[in-house]
Design a protein around this ligand. Structure first.
Ligand SMILES: [Zn+2]
Length: 244
């Protein structure tokens, strides 16, 4: 529960949220955990059960494309069965009254399904395949066959995600940097802020004078640097912050 000094800080954070127009948000796996999407490194995380180098690198795909696709197909089906949770919906709602840009490390597409429209997906989206020849994106159907082929040029398509060892999509990352650079208030939700560029985006906002809020159940390397840290789940944190 909140003690008196953190209650005062919460009131300050709510007031800042109320008066700020330009808002940049960064979300990570923690926000989708409550929707039943496994995280990567935490308890029950995917990298406890699977080896990233076998499944999520360009080398793994070159070696065994069907194995990699089977793993993404399994995760795609998990996402299809999942529903956005109240934290996703709260962010979509906030976008209606603020100049809000949502930057996500998640590949599950749940922000879009919750109604957010200004989304920058840093790591791609597993509901799409990307042509290896012409880069065309196709929406995956529930029972897609492996491997999928491009609807435009019929070449083989790969999962539309950023693998370990690959660069982030430059144009999207550039827009994320701009959003955090210009933000009056920045909100970091459900990410350990260890994996770059999470930390650098938040710190950029802070350097420019933004008010920085973190929502995460455990302390992160970012926690000592933020204006206000809500150590709770994404849904509870958003509820507290919005005062609902
Ligand atoms: Zn193509």
């Amino acid at each position: 529960m909140l003690n008196l000094s953190s209650l005062k800080k919460l009131q300050e954070a709510r007031a800042k949220l109320h008066t700020s127009q330009k808002i940049a948000v960064l979300t990570g796996a923690g926000i989708s955990q409550e929707s039943g999407i496994p995280t990567f490194r935490g308890q029950g995380g995917l990298w406890r059960e699977y080896r990233a180098e076998d499944l999520a690198t360009p080398e793994a795909y070159a070696r065994d494309p069907l194995l990699v696709w089977e793993w993404y197909q399994m995760r795609f089906h998990t996402v299809l069965r999942a529903e956005p949770n109240s934290a996703h919906y709260a962010l979509a709602e906030l976008e209606k009254t603020k100049d809000l840009i949502l930057v996500s490390q998640n590949v599950d597409g749940l922000h879009k399904r919750a109604g957010s429209s200004r989304i920058l997906e840093l790591h791609g989206n597993i509901t799409l395949s990307r042509c290896e020849r012409c880069l065309h994106l196709d929406e995956l159907k529930e029972n897609f066959s492996l491997p999928p082929f491009c609807s435009r040029c019929h070449a083989r398509a790969r999962p539309n995600v950023v693998w370990f060892g690959e660069a982030l999509p430059q144009a999207i990352f550039g827009q994320a940097v701009e959003a955090f650079h210009n933000a009056e208030l920045a909100l970091v939700i459900g990410t350990s802020a260890v994996v770059e560029p999470a930390a650098s985006l938040a710190l950029l906002a802070k350097e420019q004078g933004a008010y920085l809020i973190e929502i995460n159940p455990e302390p992160t390397p970012l926690s000592p640097l933020v204006n206000f840290s809500l150590m709770t789940t994404a849904s509870q944190g958003m509820q507290l912050l919005l005062g609902k």
